[in-house]
Design a protein around this ligand. Structure first.
Ligand SMILES: Cc1cc2nc3c(=O)[nH]c(=O)nc-3n(C[C@H](O)[C@H](O)[C@H](O)COP(=O)(O)OP(=O)(O)OC[C@H]3O[C@@H](n4cnc5c(N)ncnc54)[C@H](O)[C@@H]3O)c2cc1C
Length: 455
């Protein structure tokens, strides 16, 4: 006879044990609700994952915290964890579109005075729009539709005839944040990205946006929340079906069934359709979810015997237009003798790299890093590529964003509950959008909605 699946009862079932789901569960538990968290993977943390690879401890997923990410900073402190600053002493390296390499100091890119003035002018325009539209509901602003029906690429070129300035500004939202080409998302989506980080100027300032790391790793934040929840977190339990109605939900996962009053879907919106709904979700959600897609980025880790770049008074911070690796940073771990560099290969550059064999890809990527920091970069002791696009329960990186026109058309509905089903994820956040901080904010918000609805 087939073995019966265990059947659990809860007030709320949370689908996904990433930062959003765990924060939701934590908030609900503190509010007196009985919670079960169902997680597809054999670990918690979702897109945060700290692990040892070939003897090197790496942050495979999300890691940095900026000073405005107060939800995350507050939680880190509450959990008794410490943070440390990214290494940033010394000069940076810039590689222009023609391949010319410049070592520079300070915040200004080493471009012509005319281009620099255009970069500053475009930054001021974007800062103004970010402040005007704000991160909470940019779709509601009178300029929303206009900004959402033009690609960021073309919008930039309408603002400025300086191609170098457009490329540079585009890179800081396209390759560096949404990890999609600038022609694939709207100017409104770019404004949301800037507004969610406080301003576009903040996105340009690596000392702000990539400020601190957690000692022990970003995943340890999720692990600490899961430890508080104990047996309420069930691993290896992908939810396949969610039956829902007026009297609650029934989540069918591999190995377990949970019946609850409400559910929180704390998975990336691009994965909602991996679950069958009985009855199906409404038409509006079916449409909305199809207008979101994940970006693509390879996070490359290269570990060296020592941080050799520091000998030349280089910080390890590098930017390049039209380069395979568009950003490089010193990612040396707290208290580590070895030096670690992290580099990012985004969107179409990632496609091109994945078309190569593993050996060819490694040679091309390390070659690109060596163009910034010299031939010693070729001699990595440990080399690892975080490939979230291949992960069944993520399918891209860093996060999901709307296609052209999608944000103004559907944004207002993305957080609206459907019957007893609530939504929480960094990818539908306002402040901290696409970041751990936003995931925590969304987790707390969904939990508070449920607590407030109690009679
Ligand atoms: C390479 C990389 C670098 C990043 N860098 C940074 C950074 O420096 N700073 C920063 O703040 N953020 C960064 N991020 C983004 C950050 O990691 C995410 O914003 C954050 O993890 C999102 O949390 P979440 O809980 O919303 O979703 P996730 O972390 O994706 O968690 C969702 C969980 O749901 C589970 N799940 C999915 N489907 C199901 C199902 N059907 N049933 C059960 N469980 C399911 C998944 O396994 C996962 O555990 C980075 C992300 C990546 C990939």
């Amino acid at each position: 006879m087939a073995e019966q699946k265990p059947e659990l009862q809860a007030d709320v079932v949370v689908v996904g044990a990433g930062p959003a789901g765990l924060m939701a569960a934590r908030t609900l538990t503190k509010g007196g609700e009985r919670v079960v968290v169902l997680e597809a993977r054999d670990r918690v943390g979702g897109r945060t994952w700290s692990d040892t690879v070939d003897g090197a401890w790496l942050e495979i997923g999300g890691q940095w915290i900026s000073p405005d990410q107060t939800e995350l900073l507050g939680l880190v402190e509450e959990l008794g964890k410490e943070t440390y600053q990214r290494y940033r002493e010394g000069r940076s390296v810039f590689v222009a579109g023609d391949g010319a390499r410049t070592v520079y100091e300070g915040a200004d890119f080493p471009v012509s005075p005319g281009t620099l003035a255009e970069v500053e002018r475009l930054t001021a325009i974007l800062d103004g729009l970010a402040a005007e539209l704000g991160p909470e509901e940019p779709w509601a602003h009178e300029k929303a539709r206009e900004l959402d029906t033009i690609s960021f690429h073309h919008w930039l070129r309408i603002q400025s005839a300086d191609e170098d300035a457009c490329e540079l500004i585009g890179m800081f939202i396209a390759g560096a944040m949404l990890t999609k080409p600038a022609h694939a998302f709207s100017a409104l989506q770019a404004v949301l990205m800037a507004a969610s980080a406080g301003s576009f100027s903040n996105l340009l300032d690596e000392d702000f946006i990539l400020d601190r790391r957690v000692i022990g790793g970003m995943q340890s934040v999720s692990q600490a929340m899961a430890a508080e929840l104990g047996d309420a977190v069930v691993l290896n339990a992908p939810v396949r079906t969610l039956a829902w109605g007026g009297d609650g939900v029934r989540a069918e996962a591999d190995g377990v069934t949970v019946t609850a009053r409400r559910a929180i879907l704390a998975v990336p919106p691009t994965l909602y359709s991996r679950i069958s709904y009985e009855p199906p979700l409404p038409r509006r959600q079916h449409q909305l979810h199809q207008h979101l897609s994940m970006g693509l980025v390879i996070k490359v880790h290269a570990v060296y015997e020592r941080p050799f770049w520091r000998d030349e008074n280089l910080s390890g911070t590098c930017f390049g237009v039209g380069q395979i690796v568009q950003e490089v940073y010193d990612n040396t771990n707290h208290g580590d003798e070895r030096g670690t560099l992290v580099g990012f290969v985004s969107d179409e550059y990632a496609d091109a790299m994945f078309a190569l064999s593993a050996e060819e890809r490694k040679a091309a990527i390390l070659g690109s890093i060596a163009h910034y920091l010299g031939p010693e970069a070729l001699n990595a002791e440990v080399y690892y590529e975080s490939d979230w696009g291949s992960e069944e329960w993520t399918r891209g990186a860093y996060a999901a964003s709307f296609d052209l026109g999608g944000l103004s058309r559907y944004g207002a509905d993305q957080r609206t509950p459907v019957g007893p089903i609530h939504f929480a994820c960094s990818d539908i956040a306002s402040e901290g959008y696409q970041h751990v901080d936003g995931a925590l904010r969304m987790g707390r918000r969904a939990a508070e909605e449920i607590l407030a609805a109690r009679v």
